[in-house]
Design a protein around this ligand. Structure first.
Ligand code: GLC
Length: 439
């Protein structure tokens, strides 16, 4: 067996082992035993090469959790595990499903991408059937995003919790949280150095060293923010009335732009109408994204929903407008130059924060380590703008990391040292996709 075949077999075995009766896949057996939204999308993108029916089930099982108002939650809890399900108590909302437990928030809208990637490998007849099966739920989800999360009507969606970004402790979110959103009791614990006792109760530090995970104060901040949302029954109007930690997240909105393009293509292929109000809102998003461009830093940023100020923390999000595919060639060129600049040049690409960020740490979660899903999004964007060599370098780096160390959650950009949950499903799935897709 040659090296590439061995790696493919290994990645398939990871997905098989993490699968729950062939219906959906745990991101990682110990740490993440439930179904996560964007994880399942990335997993389906890899699975389609190996077992397309299972990839379709992976996506369809996400619709089990869809709320009456159209939201697709970031977590659908598995029946056999109880980790984490108490904090949400999703049934405080009248919109939550009654027959299963879910979280009360969403995650980046990778769903349309997963549906289209599966569609690419089906013949025309099966693809149409597949698209018809998914269309209604997908439209309802996009309607929810714009109806509930775009209150200014400008096409930019706001997030109400860092976990919605998928980049939980990204410097963008943590800098905002540190500034004014930590409740007094957490500040007091920090001041009195009492916070470390919480590590004893954290599931993720039971399996992994604390320095690889979110800082304990930040983790307490995230829990406290989730409890605030629960108190407001996950009602967006109530949440936004007295906004706490709401951000117009650059990565999420870039992914949404791409998802909208896919949604339009799907509708066209099966002769379905997207409601007029949604179509006009969708049209606004690429224009509004340009308002997130900052001349002084020559890059795009996220924006604080209430102050309307740009959050100028450089992070991996900076490069995701390439994936959106609607920015101009000249701005894309600037982003590529930035990617090649000293601050971003690490032995392994692409770090989730640059070396000159005050948050940078090669092992701490979304504050420096290389993640394979963000590499996948960036490689896709680079190719879209014709930077094929640069894209191939990102892909080669990713495959090398997985080949040398295994399917870990993330890797040090300085020396490739693997960290986090293992064996981690989307790392395996996207490696399959890298190996199987033409570059
Ligand atoms: C972590 C990641 C998030 C992912 C989840 C399950 O919370 O930050 O992006 O979806 O784990 O893998």
């Amino acid at each position: 067996m040659d090296g590439q075949t061995k790696l493919l077999e290994y990645c398939k075995a990871v997905l098989d082992n993490n699968s729950v009766r062939g219906g959906w896949t745990k991101p990682a057996p110990n740490l993440y035993p439930h179904q996560w939204l964007w994880d399942s999308c990335f997993i389906a993108i890899g699975l389609r090469h190996h077992d397309i029916k299972r990839a379709q089930k992976e996506v369809k099982n996400l619709f089990r959790g869809q709320w009456k108002n159209g939201m697709i939650p970031n977590i659908i809890y598995g029946a056999d595990e109880h980790y984490g399900d108490d904090i949400w108590k999703s049934k405080v909302s009248k919109d939550a499903p009654r027959n299963l437990k879910t979280s009360g928030i969403t995650q980046p809208p990778m769903l349309a991408e997963a549906i289209v990637k599966i569609g690419e490998l089906l013949n025309q007849k099966d693809r149409k059937k597949w698209y018809k099966d998914c269309f209604e739920s997908l439209v309802r989800y996009h309607e929810w995003l714009y109806r509930e999360r775009d209150p200014r009507n400008d096409g930019i969606v706001t997030l109400v919790h860092p976990w919605e970004s998928g980049l939980d402790n990204s410097p963008v979110w943590m800098s905002e949280m540190h500034q004014n959103q930590l409740p007094l009791w957490i500040k007091t614990f920090k001041f009195m150095h009492l916070h470390n006792i919480f590590n004893v109760f954290r599931r993720n530090t039971k399996y992994l060293p604390a320095y690889e995970r979110i800082d304990v104060i930040d983790a307490l901040g995230l829990y406290s923010a989730a409890r605030r949302l629960r108190r407001k029954q996950y009602n967006t109007t109530k949440i936004l009335r007295h906004t706490q930690l709401c951000i117009e997240d650059l990565a999420f909105n870039s992914i949404l732009i791409r998802a909208n393009t896919h949604l339009e293509d799907i509708a066209k292929e099966i002769n379905q109408e997207i409601p007029g109000w949604l179509r006009s809102r969708i049209k606004k998003t690429p224009h509004s994204l340009e308002l997130l461009w900052d001349e002084s830093t020559q890059q795009y940023s996220s924006r604080n929903y209430s102050t309307f100020e740009l959050i100028k923390e450089p992070t991996i999000m900076t490069f995701l407008p390439l994936y959106a595919g609607t920015i101009s060639a000249s701005r894309a060129k600037k982003l590529v130059e930035l990617l090649k600049s000293r601050a971003w040049s690490t032995k392994f690409l692409v770090p989730t924060a640059p070396k000159n960020s005050k948050f940078f740490s090669p092992t701490r979660y979304w504050q420096g380590p290389v993640w394979i899903n963000t590499n996948w999004l960036i490689a896709d964007g680079l190719k879209r703008y014709g930077y094929v060599n640069e894209a191939n370098e990102v892909i080669k780096n990713s495959v090398t990391l997985v080949n040398d160390h295994g399917s870990y959650e993330y890797f040090s950009p300085l020396d490739g040292r693997p960290s986090g949950a293992h064996p981690f499903s989307w790392t395996a799935a996207l490696t399959i996709d890298f190996l199987k897709s033409d570059t």
